[in-house]
Design a binder for this molecule. Structure first.
Ligand SMILES: NC(=O)c1ccc[n+]([C@@H]2O[C@H](COP(=O)([O-])OP(=O)(O)OC[C@H]3O[C@@H](n4cnc5c(N)ncnc54)[C@H](O)[C@@H]3O)[C@@H](O)[C@H]2O)c1
Length: 254
């Protein structure tokens, strides 16, 4: 039997990159997948690929920075599909100002946790994987000095603060819901080839700089993150909760 057979998974940011890879990985392991994204077209495209794998897909157009919408989407999923086994709390942005970054990357993750955990506890358990970052474990490195560049320092500090916050939320919810069967973990990707990186990779010499931040000497692929996230959400990780796991080609080991 596949790892996620008869399970219902909800993936935010499923319309692109890491979230898309997560949706496909879970579908390949037998899960019904709610493909959720603020970009409905992206969510629909991923849902179509989920169905090509023979799994059931549901599309959910959702802005994770809207608490009522998050609550309603998770409640509707549980009502319509009977359960909520996995939440990939993954939607996020980079390169944005303080308000936008923290509203999506931090508040949005909190809304997923605060509304999914009681549903999962009520049905006897579940697993949540928050997408943090190596920026949740330390500062971001840049190939240029940017202390006098207000746009870059705002975006970088908002990203780092929000992802450190995600690591903190992961620990707090793991502790709070440990006894009722809800496991909460985070993954901390290094730099992964997805559309979020496009503006950085366009800069001369930036790709080589980013590759060299990883002792393995390359960027990661979204499927390499989805594999580890699926492991953390599966019964194979039944005694793992509250961890922030780097998936980063050695970035955090330096
Ligand atoms: N790519 C990397 O190098 C990298 C590294 C570390 C962490 N991450 C994190 O991984 C997660 C996924 O990023 P990605 O690399 O796949 O980027 P991506 O841009 O390919 O995908 C992000 C998805 O999130 C969606 N999204 C944005 N705001 C949203 C909102 N308010 N509500 C719902 N959906 C929203 C976008 O429409 C998009 O489909 C993010 O949390 C990001 O911070 C990425």
């Amino acid at each position: 039997m596949s790892a996620f057979e008869n399970r219902v998974s909800f993936v935010t940011g499923a319309g692109s990159g890491i979230g898309e890879a997560m949706a496909l990985k879970l579908a390949g392991e037998g899960s019904t997948v709610v493909c959720s994204d603020i970009n409905e077209q992206g969510a629909q495209a991923t849902a179509a690929r989920v169905e090509e794998l023979g799994a059931k897909a549901v599309v959910s157009a959702l802005d994770t920075a809207n608490e009522e919408a998050v609550k309603e989407a998770l409640t509707k999923t549980t009502r319509d599909l009977g359960r909520l086994d996995v939440l990939m709390n993954n939607a996020g942005v980079g390169g944005k100002n303080w308000e936008t970054t923290t509203a999506i990357n931090l508040d949005g993750v909190y809304y997923g946790l605060i509304h999914a955990c009681p549903i999962m506890a009520g049905q006897g358990g579940g697993a949540i994987v928050n997408t943090a970052s190596v920026a949740g474990l330390g500062a971001l490195m840049r190939p240029f000095e940017y202390h006098d560049d207000p746009v870059t320092i705002e975006a970088a500090s908002a990203y780092v603060a929000s992802k450190h916050g995600v690591v903190g939320l992961t620990k707090q919810f793991a502790v709070a819901f440990g006894k009722v069967g809800v496991r909460v973990n985070a993954i901390c990707p290094g730099y992964i080839k997805t559309p979020i990186l496009a503006p950085m990779l366009e800069r001369e010499g930036h790709e080589d700089f980013l590759k060299e931040l990883h002792p393995m000497g390359r960027l990661g692929q979204p499927e390499e993150i989805a594999e580890v996230a699926a492991f953390l959400a599966s019964d194979a990780a039944s005694f793992v909760t509250g961890v922030a796991m780097p998936v980063d080609g050695g970035y955090a080991a330096r």
